[in-house]
Ligand binder design. Structure first.
Ligand SMILES: Cc1ncc(COP(=O)(O)O)c(C=O)c1O
Length: 482
């Protein structure tokens, strides 16, 4: 039993936990806390169960006292880093003043201020935000919003959605239906998914879906918008409601400069709503406030979540363009109200966390730092990892602090090591990386998305750790031609 810390209201927070307390917590965790994305066999394996107890800046600490560089900023969201008492203070003050308001009947001061701030920061004329509790919910809402917008605009047959193959948009039915990256359970949930969703191949040069080899980025990437337009024409433009995609879905799928402008033109030509899923790319991740700014394109609808509060409290949001908002405003009767409601949308404490988070981002120039550190990280990864390690097939990055390092057994054929994230190579490498003090995930690739407060020293340390860990993994599992 964890003995209370009499100095804190949060009595479970302590500097040291005894061996008995740790063992008890692990057992209770295994029994009662549903760890996501894991099988029990992996959790009970030696070193398989980790309890994090503290965060500070770009570091996190586990219950055994080990320190790690948080190389994924939690899960792409602690952009301001850990331990930000200013946010906690703002949230506490808001909670002591008004801790809840029903967004179905009222708004709140922090909710209004946050939506105005987002309208100022967002690209184009995205003007009105529907708040919710997380990213999957935001994608569900964005799809419904696009559909109802088309319906009230008189395009009642525009019901279909197009997305890109292999992308992740969340775990609930709507996002699963437009996403094929994970969580669909090999068909187990197909009966729960809405029909009328279609996919085109993404711009992904390293593993070009059209089989091009060694072509310039723009040559092959532009097959993807052509596939999109063919799909729209094939299905019938008067049946397609929206196209949803992420500016850069993982660090390595960086489209050519012409890709997004071309997609924008195609959507305009066929009156298809363009939804940008900015749940990872938003709030500085790509070295711009929002990912679409990198490509000079304004979406009609944008989903946000994660780093909007810097991960301090759960949040999601859907931003709509002026035209979409006004179409609702000018529609009489029940269809003029968007048919969606969520109890926790616009929670005042969450709004307060987001306002303070954005203030910190501006004061500390974190978007600019993401751009500068992202370039440095990319240079170092190319110079050290790509240069030294035959298992490093491709380094995707350079646009802000988002990087995906693709690992291969054979650089020539690009064949990955067997078993994916569950394979022996991935498990060995993950364990090595962690033992050297870097918290991230490694499987067929290594993801890096550290806090935007990252420094050159931390970049160097990260690259050193990866250099060592990949080197040892290559000795244990020699790549072809090494
Ligand atoms: C691009 C994208 N969309 C949607 C989601 C779903 O967000 P959440 O996990 O908050 O439901 C994620 C989560 O990682 C994401 O990366």
């Amino acid at each position: 039993m964890v003995s209370p810390n009499p100095e804190l209201n949060a009595w479970w927070i302590k500097n040291d936990y005894s061996r008995e307390e740790i063992d008890q917590l692990v057992q209770w965790g295994l029994d009662h806390f549903w760890t996501q994305n894991h099988q029990m066999a992996d959790l009970v394996a030696p070193g398989g169960y980790n309890i994090m107890v503290r965060g500070d800046g770009c570091h996190v600490y586990d219950i055994e006292g080990n320190r790690y560089i948080d190389a994924m900023a939690g899960l792409f969201l602690k952009n301001i880093g850990h331990n930000r008492p200013e946010v906690a203070q703002a949230v506490a003050e808001q909670m002591a003043t008004l801790a809840y308001t029903n967004s179905g009947a009222y708004s709140s001061v922090p909710g209004i201020l946050l939506s105005k701030k987002l309208a100022d920061l967002a690209p184009g004329d995205l003007t009105r935000t529907f708040f919710c509790g997380g990213g999957s919910e935001a994608v569900e809402i964005a799809l419904k919003l696009a559909r109802q917008y088309q319906f009230i605009s008189g395009h009642t047959q525009k019901t279909k959605f197009i997305s890109r193959r292999g992308q992740y948009h969340g775990s609930t039915p709507g996002p699963m239906s437009v996403g094929t990256g994970g969580r669909r359970g090999s068909g187990i949930f197909d009966s729960m998914l809405p029909s009328g969703t279609f996919q085109v191949d993404p711009p992904y040069c390293y593993r070009c879906p059209w089989g091009f080899q060694d072509r310039t980025n723009s040559d092959c990437c532009m097959q993807s918008p052509r596939a999109l337009e063919n799909m729209i024409k094939g299905e019938g433009p008067d049946t397609v409601a929206a196209f949803i995609a992420t500016p850069i879905p993982n660090g390595s799928q960086i489209p050519a400069d012409e890709y997004w402008p071309e997609v924008r033109e195609i959507c305009d030509r066929h009156n298809v709503v363009l939804i940008a899923d900015e749940i990872i790319c938003g709030f500085g991740r790509l070295g711009t406030w929002f990912g679409m700014e990198r490509f000079g394109v304004n979406p009609d609808i944008m989903t946000v979540a994660k780093a909007l509060t810097g991960g301090e409290l759960p949040v999601g949001g859907v931003m709509a363009s002026k035209q979409i908002a006004e179409t609702f405003d000018n529609t009489e009767g029940p269809s003029g109200a968007f048919q969606h409601g969520v109890t926790y949308g616009g929670h005042p404490a969450v709004m307060a966390a987001a306002l303070k988070n954005l203030e910190i981002m501006e004061q500390e120039n974190l978007v600019e730092n993401s751009d500068a550190m992202g370039r440095y990280l990319y240079e170092q990864a190319m110079a050290v990892l790509q240069e030294n390690h035959p298992s490093v097939g491709y380094v995707g990055g350079g646009l802000g602090l988002l990087m995906n390092i693709e690992l291969v057994k054979d650089r020539r054929t690009k064949e990955p090591y067997p078993g994916g994230p569950q394979g022996e190579f991935a498990k060995f490498l993950t364990e090595k990386i962690r033992s050297y003090g870097l918290a991230t995930r490694a499987g067929e690739s290594i993801t890096l998305s550290p806090p935007l407060t990252f420094t050159r020293e931390l970049v160097n340390e990260t690259i050193d750790i990866l250099d060592k860990a990949i080197g040892e993994a290559e000795q244990a599992f020699p790549p072809e031609g090494a």
